[in-house]
Design a protein around this ligand. Structure first.
Ligand code: ADP
Ligand code: ASP
Ligand code: MG
Length: 318
């Protein structure tokens, strides 16, 4: 029997209809004889709303209290999904971060997972239950609730997969994989069938929120393959693993302020491409602050906001 970890993000669990789609995906994999652990995020924009609400009460809410507040978002989702699965005839149980044994350091709002005691998860799996765990949260040595920073449910999923020695870790979201550029911004974006851990780390650290950076570090350390897929279709996704790296340019990321990063192993040797990027910058009369090239990344900081048109022009050259 294989253990499989599935993670569903906020947009995948936003309402009852979507929760039903999620339940069907879970059941499909459970019926194939797998032991299933599911990690979920808060529904839709719940976390944003909770943050906003806290700031209407105080301009300096305490980090500890923010963690108590924000962790409630994921707690609602686990209960709802478990109620639904039980109603559909599949035994399931919801676990908060501390019930799932996820312990962390003391850094409220940006905690690091120090270990996972999987005893309770294992016991529930042995009973044949589908285990639903709240993403993005754990507990520290004072038994206080901690959270892992925005997008942190991905990290829960990969850490749980590593602790359980799971076969795979699927990350389901509104996009069916990692693209050459944000597919919600640039129509011509192309899906990448495979990306190495190293490349994915660069892509995430430059701000492409498709995967939380820390989850990629854990996946690389424990050699857990991550498969990113869409909740809403069955298309093949992107596999992030220790693939043999080829010299191809993989992805371009635009940070909210004014940095563009282009990731791909061996990019430093692609002088033709580097020249084309510089031509595009000159042609668009952009003022550069910094231009850095390393083995696997070009990152350029600009004085002013860079338009999506520039992103599109560079993307065309990939
Ligand atoms: P979830 O809520 O399921 O965790 P996120 O919103 O955190 O999902 O991440 C998915 C989003 O990441 C997509 O909606 C997409 O706009 C964005 N994204 C940014 N860069 C990329 C990229 N290179 N490939 C795919 N998605 C990307
Ligand atoms: N709910 C948290 C957030 O919105 C964690 C997550 O979705 O991964 O950042
Ligand atoms: Mg996310």
């Amino acid at each position: 029997m294989d253990k499989i970890v599935l993670k569903f993000g906020g947009s995948s669990v936003a309402d009852n209809e979507k929760l039903k789609l999620v339940a069907k995906k879970i059941i499909g994999l459970y019926d194939k004889g797998n032991q299933i652990v599911v990690i979920v995020s808060a529904q839709g924009k719940t976390t944003d709303k909770l943050i906003e609400e806290a700031y209407t009460l105080s301009s300096t809410p305490e980090n500890r209290e923010m963690d108590v507040l924000l962790s409630t978002g994921e707690q609602i989702t686990i209960a709802k999904l478990s109620i639904l699965l039980n109603e559909m005839g599949y035994k399931s149980i919801s676990l908060t971060g501390w019930q799932a044994g996820i312990y962390t350091n003391n850094t409220n709002q940006n905690a690091i997972i120090e270990g996972i005691d999987t005893k309770r998860i294992d016991e529930e799996l042995e009973k044949g239950k589908i285990v639903i765990i709240a993403g993005f949260q754990g507990y520290n040595e004072n038994l206080d609730i901690t959270t892992f920073g925005r997008g942190g449910s991905d990290t829960t999923a990969v850490a749980v997969a590593a602790a359980l020695n799971a076969k795979n870790c699927y990350i389901f979201s509104d996009v069916d994989g990692v693209y050459t550029v944000d597919p919600n911004k640039i129509e011509e974006a192309k899906k990448l069938p495979a990306v190495s851990y190293k490349e994915m780390l660069e892509i995430s650290s430059e701000g492409a929120k498709v995967l939380h950076g820390r989850c990629v570090e854990i996946a690389e350390k424990y050699k857990i393959p991550i498969i990113t897929k869409s909740t809403f279709n069955n298309k093949a996704g992107t596999v992030i693993s220790d693939i043999i790296e080829e010299n191809t340019i993989k992805s371009i990321v635009k940070k909210e302020i004014s940095r563009i990063s282009i990731v791909g192993t061996g990019i430093i040797r692609n002088t033709n491409f580097i020249k084309k990027v510089i031509d595009i910058i000159i042609e668009n009369k952009l003022e550069m602050l910094e231009f850095n090239v390393s083995e696997s990344k070009i990152s350029i900081d600009f004085k002013n906001e860079v338009s999506d048109k520039v992103l599109e022009q560079i993307h065309e050259e990939i």
